[in-house]
Design a binder for this molecule. Sequence first.
Ligand code: C2E
Ligand code: MG
Ligand code: MG
Ligand code: MG
Length: 288
Amino acid sequence: HAKKMGRANHQFFAPEMNAAAGARLLLEQQLRRALENDEFELHYQPKINVASGAVMAMEALVRWRSPERGLVPPNEFIAVSEEIGLIIPLGAWVLREACRQNRAWQRDGLPHLRVAVNLSAYQFRQKDLPEFVAAVLLETGLDGACLELEVTESVVMHNPAEAAQILERLHAQGIHISVDDFGTGYSSLGYLKQFRLDTLKIDRSFVRDISSNADDAAIVRSVIALAHSLRLEVIAEGVETKEQLDYLRELGCDQYQGYLRSKPLPAGEFEAMLRGAMLTEAPLLRAV
Ligand code: C2E
Ligand code: MG
Ligand code: MG
Ligand code: MG
């Protein structure tokens, strides 16, 4: 009887639905194996001082080099990793690897720059996050001042009182805190004064049409003024053209990130880029 029911059920679903469920299951299985098989890697994108052109820091962005799928971008696996709980061990790997790599570059004579790591809301809700980060710094030998953590507005707004404490405990280790995708999340600005923050990252969506759309320009101008009056730094994401950069310079933006200067690069290519900048344009690198 059960077998008959199973059959009936099976036929009830459209074949496309079974295919979708199967594909999802396969993705989950492959993702779980990916961590064990060391298939994740970090790419690095520089953060540039608008006024001087100096490389100030670099953001670590995770990619999945899957034997079946090729190089998979984070938008295709971070959400699933969160849903299946993989984000905790994956996030731990990302933090450890970013700190290890940064310390290795420092030991190899590259300037002491800050490395920025993106934190998932799930990681942020782990009560022992500040202790975990402290342990990774100790283990890798990286100075807390050479680590930056990027969180989104919604991450801190989930539980503001608890978030304020966690940020304080991270700040006490010298760690730099940035609000990622600023302007796309929670709209209350009151939290800006409650939290120990260092930088606002203006979301790419406001930068795209900055030189042609008066509303976007007004938003960016306001965010820069807000940040500066709260003694925060401000960085613009997704800068692709000289025109956008010139506009941001005119508005007084401190730093930028974007394809105009460099895409996120594999560690080896990023290192080569830094060494090239050291040889030809020494002032383009500034140590923290
Ligand atoms: P995000 O932190 O806001 O990172 C910026 C994204 O914009 C990156 O995409 C970067 O490659 C891309 N980008 C940089 N410059 C430009 C540009 O000039 N033009 C355009 N069109 N795009 C640009 P990516 O690497 O695909 O990462 C997407 C998102 O995935 C990140 O957004 C972040 O939210 C998340 N993510 C990446 N790595 C991690 C990680 O290690 N942990 C967690 N939890 N999330 C991560
Ligand atoms: Mg980020
Ligand atoms: Mg961002
Ligand atoms: Mg973004």
